[in-house]
Design a protein around this ligand. Structure first.
Ligand SMILES: *[C@@H]1O[C@H](CO)[C@@H](O)[C@H](O)[C@H]1NC(C)=O
Ligand SMILES: *[C@@H]1O[C@H](CO)[C@@H](O)[C@H](O)[C@H]1NC(C)=O
Ligand SMILES: *[C@@H]1O[C@H](CO)[C@@H](O)[C@H](O)[C@H]1NC(C)=O
Ligand SMILES: *[C@@H]1O[C@H](CO)[C@@H](O)[C@H](O)[C@H]1NC(C)=O
Ligand SMILES: *[C@H]1O[C@@H](CO)[C@H](O)[C@@H](O)[C@@H]1NC(C)=O
Length: 609
């Protein structure tokens, strides 16, 4: 996807302020009146960081030593190593000058940095090498498909291949003149909105790939097929399209098994599998997916009945998470999802701190046994960073208004698993019918941790200062809705920092302000029998990644405390509902720092291979 610019939906007309730094390059007015602005800070694009401020850098998340990053690109497993490429600005801390940076790992947690794999250099990518995917072709040959921008700003689909397949790190990639671009937009395609090719899959004797696009407000996944991986032909119909959703960035399309958690190769297409189709909606800057069926005769994807196919649908993550990409891990037979989390602290602070953007912890994804959604869980390798002696608590009762500190851990860099239970749902508050049409985030905003409830709010207070001037609550709240219950899961950044520059009086534009949303989603779980719910939070200085009930609902928040920093960060359990809640079990680990993007020469991977 294009990255670095904020294209926003219609409610955001107030965002069109132009500051001294900011050049509005394009203002797009769709035929339905949707308006967005897409900002590029030319003056800041090539201002290298003279220092890097460490305060909010993460301890165990993926990030380079400095500067801007966005989308994860072409993740793959090849001959004993995981490769991750990503959109990177080598010259500054805002979007621009994008190259495909390249890192390798044996375990998805410790990373060593190589030279960039792809840089703009050829007529077919002279103005940019944007996002794309990797496909492992027969004969174990990696192949990268990416979007290149030509001198006329047309978006083309290009490819790159390793220069030397015997090099275990695949350091050098070539972009042959012969065959590039492999897809040129035909006149029916909007060449300014045509990007992010998917991993290719093989079915019906042909290779298939999808490219994201739009036509007015129609979001489109164009389908292309090829017999030989050289000559590609556009299918008569797109694989999928949905009216009213605008540009589809970073589409992803893959099969999932209907039984168990093993992942499938992208080409493993047969009657026994379900398919997942995901898009990153540029207009909302969130991602949505559906579960459905891939009809290989008609070459169409059909979402299951009840799988909502628009921005009212389900998300991988209800927080800072975008431009994700999955890949099949041949080593451990699982499907792994990578997603980018942008900053929430405003562009001036990004430039001052000398870095922006992280990749979230890679997640294993598989179909929930209910068949209606996916489950996501941090890759098991993350557990190698856990301290040998975790802090544990069990059978602790939390009365209304009670906070219990979890003592003895490094609360700024931790992994916490906790399970809660309660006696009854009788005290659950009624679900206001007007909320049915609102995003869960609005409900969380209205009913934060400070508004006492019936069953909940209860959960963790992460990155909290000692006296709770700063805190990021990660919490559940149960509502009664007819004969059923609705479980709201929230990660609320409202009080995450004392930095107060988001008030109108401060005269700041939106892209300079702290963004402190009350991110939330619902958890599809029936608590009436179990009366139990589980939570895991990965806390890492400026990010809190939380997984409800075994990964049914996931929320990642970026937060920038001023007091709850380093050793001054605290972790509490809390309950603000009238129903007593029991902490059946809590386990909290300090997390070690992995090797993070140390140049390969200096690191150890060499000798281990
Ligand atoms: C390819 O890589 C292998 C392994 O690193 C190396 O021995 C060989 O010299 C390389 N070939 C070329 C042409 O660079
Ligand atoms: C093509 O896409 C660009 C970029 O989003 C947009 O500005 C333009 O209006 C689109 N053109 C048409 C004909 O839809
Ligand atoms: C619980 O509610 C009380 C009363 O509104 C409030 O003062 C307190 O801050 C709340 N606790 C948390 C952790 O938000
Ligand atoms: C905002 O701008 C107005 C007009 O320039 C000025 O009077 C006011 O002091 C500014 N407020 C702040 C908080 O900077
Ligand atoms: C991340 O930053 C916040 C705050 O600036 C914006 O509101 C989001 O739109 C943005 N998200 C993406 C995916 O760019």
């Amino acid at each position: 996807m294009m990255g670095g610019k904020n294209l926003r939906p219609s409610m955001a007309t107030t965002l069109l302020h132009v500051t001294a730094f900011c050049v509005v390059v394009a203002t797009i007015i769709g035929n339905s009146g949707v308006q967005g602005s897409h900002k590029v800070y030319r003056e800041l694009q090539s201002v290298p960081a003279d220092k890097v401020i460490e305060t909010h850098r993460t301890g165990y998340h993926f990030q380079p030593p400095k500067h801007w990053i966005n989308d994860p690109n072409g993740p793959m497993y090849f001959n004993g190593l995981y490769h991750l490429f990503y959109q990177y600005n080598p010259k500054g801390s805002v979007w621009g000058n994008i190259v495909w940076a390249h890192s390798v790992s044996k375990d998805l947690i410790n990373w060593e940095a190589l030279e960039p794999a792809i840089e703009a250099s050829k007529p077919f990518d002279i103005k940019g090498c944007w996002s794309g995917s990797a496909t492992i072709l027969p004969g174990n040959k990696p192949f990268i498909q990416y979007t290149g921008i030509d001198k006329d700003e047309r978006q083309l689909q290009d490819f790159a291949v390793p220069k030397n397949l015997s090099d275990p790190y695949l350091r050098e990639w070539v972009k042959p003149d012969q065959g590039n671009p492999f897809i040129d937009p035909d006149p029916s395609v909007n060449a300014s909105a045509f990007r992010d090719p998917t991993t290719a899959w093989f079915v019906n004797g042909e290779w298939h790939t999808v490219v994201g696009s739009k036509k007015d407000m129609l979001g489109i996944a164009y389908l292309y097929t090829s017999k030989d991986f050289k000559k590609w032909v556009k299918a008569k119909e797109p694989l999928h399209s949905v009216q009213g959703t605008g540009m589809w960035e970073c589409p992803d399309f893959y099969p999932v098994s209907q039984t168990g958690d093993r992942g499938l190769d992208t080409s493993a297409v047969d009657k026994s599998v379900k398919h997942v189709f995901k898009v990153s909606l540029d207009l909302t800057r969130f991602e949505y997916y559906t579960i459905g069926v891939y009809d290989t005769d008609k070459e169409k994807y059909i979402p299951d009945e009840g799988s909502v196919d628009s921005w009212a649908g389900i998300r991988y993550d209800y927080g800072n998470f975008y431009a994700s990409k999955s890949f099949f891990d041949y080593k451990k037979h699982r499907r792994i999802l990578w997603g980018w989390a942008n900053e929430s602290d405003g562009k001036t602070r990004d430039v001052n701190k000398g870095w922006a953007g992280i990749q979230l912890i890679p997640r294993k994804v598989w179909l929930d046994p209910n068949g209606k959604q996916l489950l996501q869980w941090p890759v098991e390798e993350l557990e190698t960073l856990r301290s040998a002696r975790p802090v544990t608590l069990s059978s602790k009762v939390l009365k209304q208004g009670q906070n219990i500190e979890v003592e003895g851990i490094t609360a700024a860099q931790a992994d916490v698993e906790v399970s809660f239970s309660f006696q009854s749902l009788d005290k659950a508050e009624p679900f206001d019918p007007k909320w049915a049409d609102l995003p869960a985030q609005d409900v969380c905003h209205e009913k934060g941790s400070t508004v006492p409830g019936g069953v909940g709010p209860f959960g963790l207070l992460t990155l909290a200062s000692e006296k709770l001037e700063e805190l990021t609550p990660v919490m559940f709240r149960v509502f009664k809705k007819g004969d059923n219950h609705v479980v709201l899961f929230c990660s609320d950044a409202t009080s995450s920092t004392l930095t107060k520059d988001d008030e109108k009086s401060s005269n700041l534009t939106r892209d300079e302000m702290m963004y402190k949303p009350s991110f939330a989603g619902y958890v599809d779980v029936d608590l009436s029998k179990t009366k139990k719910i589980a939570l895991r939070s990965l806390i890492d200085h400026s990010v809190v990644e939380s997984f409800a009930e075994g990964g049914k609902t996931v929320i990642s928040s970026r937060v920038y405390p001023t007091l709850a920093v380093g050793p001054k960060a605290h972790l509490f359990l809390f309950n603000n509902g009238t129903e007593e809640v029991t902490v059946d079990k809590l386990t909290a680990w300090d997390m070690a720092k992995p090797v993070m993007n140390v140049p390969l020469e200096k690191a150890s991977i060499n000798t281990e291979l």
